[in-house]
Design a protein around this ligand. Structure first.
Ligand SMILES: [Fe+2]
Length: 176
């Protein structure tokens, strides 16, 4: 389950209902999905890990996509063995925003999304398996891996082209 830390005060929250209520006024959706169903559903022979994950969570993906207009889903994984991991992380750990929601459901591992709230404060959301986080379009945020540098997520998109990082520390925006 997620842990949220308010950067200016160090206050933390770990109760899922409190976290959802805390983040909602800032436009951030937080949900828990039953990740244990992945462990209890054997992967059929010939089905890729990614397709199996999308199939297990198909009902949740369909529900949230209908409600919020998401069109596509995929599965990504980062591990210490991922080629160019440092370069990949360098794209995400700078402050940026997107012109569509950034939606992640954590299947394995963990990571930290820091989102800038309506109050200007940053809320660090450490996400764990079973956590769904939707950072709204235009919201300033950044992402960091944790010490184990391992995360596997479902990503949901409204439009693949919309998921481009616009960095807030420079005038020109660039891809990533
Ligand atoms: Fe992002």
């Amino acid at each position: 389950m997620a842990i949220v830390t308010q950067k200016s005060t160090g206050t933390t929250w770990s109760d899922p209902e409190r976290i959802a209520a805390l983040l909602a006024p800032h436009g951030v959706l937080y949900e828990r999905w039953g990740v244990e169903q992945l462990a209890s559903t054997p992967r059929p022979e010939g089905v890729s890990v990614e397709d199996h994950i999308l199939s297990v969570f198909a009902p949740e993906i369909e529900r949230i996509s209908k409600a919020r207009g998401y069109q596509t889903a995929d599965v990504i994984a980062l591990t210490p063995e991922t080629p160019n991991l440092d370069a990949i992380c360098a794209k995400f750990d700078r402050h940026h925003f997107h012109t569509e929601d950034e939606v992640r459901f954590v299947v394995h591992g963990r990571g930290m999304f820091a989102v800038r709230g309506e109050d200007g404060d940053f809320y660090e959301v450490e996400v764990h398996p079973g956590d769904l986080l939707a950072v709204p379009e235009k919201m300033e945020h950044y992402f960091e891996l944790c010490e184990d540098r391992t995360i596997q997520c479902i990503r949901l998109f409204t439009d693949m082209a919309g998921w481009v990082a616009h960095y807030t520390d420079e005038a020109a925006s660039s891809g990533g």
